[in-house]
Ligand binder design. Sequence first.
Ligand SMILES: Nc1ncnc2c1ncn2[C@@H]1O[C@H](COP(=O)(O)OP(=O)(O)OP(=O)(O)O)[C@@H](O)[C@H]1O
Ligand SMILES: [Mg+2]
Length: 363
Amino acid sequence: MRDVRIEKLVKRFGNVTAVAGVDITIPEGKIVTLLGPSGCGKTTTLRCLAGFESADEGKIWIGDQLVFDSKQKINLAPQKRDMGMVFQSYAVWPHMSVFENIAFPLRIRKTSRRKVDELVARAMRMVGIEELKDRLPSEISGGQQQRVAFARAIVYDPAVLLLDEPLSNLDAKLRERMRFEILELQRKIGITTVYVTHDQEEAMVLSDEVLVMDCGKVIQRGDPEEIYFDPHNEFVADFIGKINFLRGAVLNCQDCGSIVSIREEGFQSEIHTTRTDYAEGKKVLASVRPENIIIYPDKPQEEVNTWPARLVRKNFLGGLFDMVVEVKGKELRCRTPFKVEAKIGSDVYIQIQPKDVLLIDIN
Ligand SMILES: Nc1ncnc2c1ncn2[C@@H]1O[C@H](COP(=O)(O)OP(=O)(O)OP(=O)(O)O)[C@@H](O)[C@H]1O
Ligand SMILES: [Mg+2]
């Protein structure tokens, strides 16, 4: 168990800059997720960390050991970096039994036969696949192969575990269960872990800290709640969960809160917020999560942030209703676990509590 530090990492492929100056610190024993859309540089960052790719610039430390430094031309081979990696495709060897797949990293480290038996048995026990020992990968399921890949990554007690979208090949139900299993295992062995995913829910469940990446850069880092409730820009707000944006400018800002004038085409109104730290005139996106828009069939008593609307769409997702309402030409997404009696096309009222309006700067 050691911490990991990545400093000013840059990796180019021809004229594509896959990683554009990334700084990451992963505290010992924690699980940090790199989350971002396809092509944002997650895998490349992980491969540079593991030593499968040489970065063009930057430094990487594992504990006190400098394993990569572009200036000093230090570049330790992957097997010398004390990391276990699970690849997106699992990369289990089809001609080797489950036992031999898991034993492989020990064999290349010339571990004694007795020790191999002992360590492989322990790793198989940890991920619950002891009974599959003699099978070939073609004779086990995708979820079981994933466990084999996991056992192979942890069998030699590496200091750091790297996981690149390890659940993406599994069906939705198994994927959800495996999230909790990975988390439990990670907590049990307390290994410093970097987890790569483009699935925000997975990142939320698993992470001590989430690093949101876009175009080769980390654009926000924080614990899952911070990232969800306090996104710093439009990209993060939109990528993490669902959100409605109302374009506008701060009309006035006082100790008790601020008022934003909404300047959407058709929908020109004022929205009250509890933010007290904005300059008047500042252009912002007043942003509201779908679960924070309350729908009423009749006009409610409270008039602040209340607007007449029309129900445009209503879908029952099992456990919650997902809806679209239209307010003066602007469509807003709403979600509620409560039964909504209103019919599509009917007039309703929507209300948003000032505390639920996030303000995001527009540059
Ligand atoms: N070997 C390579 N040669 C050329 N370009 C590459 C290579 N590997 C990655 N890239 C490019 O670098 C960028 C980042 O790729 P990377 O695989 O790191 O993205 P990612 O965030 O892991 O995406 P995904 O979610 O699709 O796996 C992309 O534009 C990709 O096309
Ligand atoms: Mg990838």
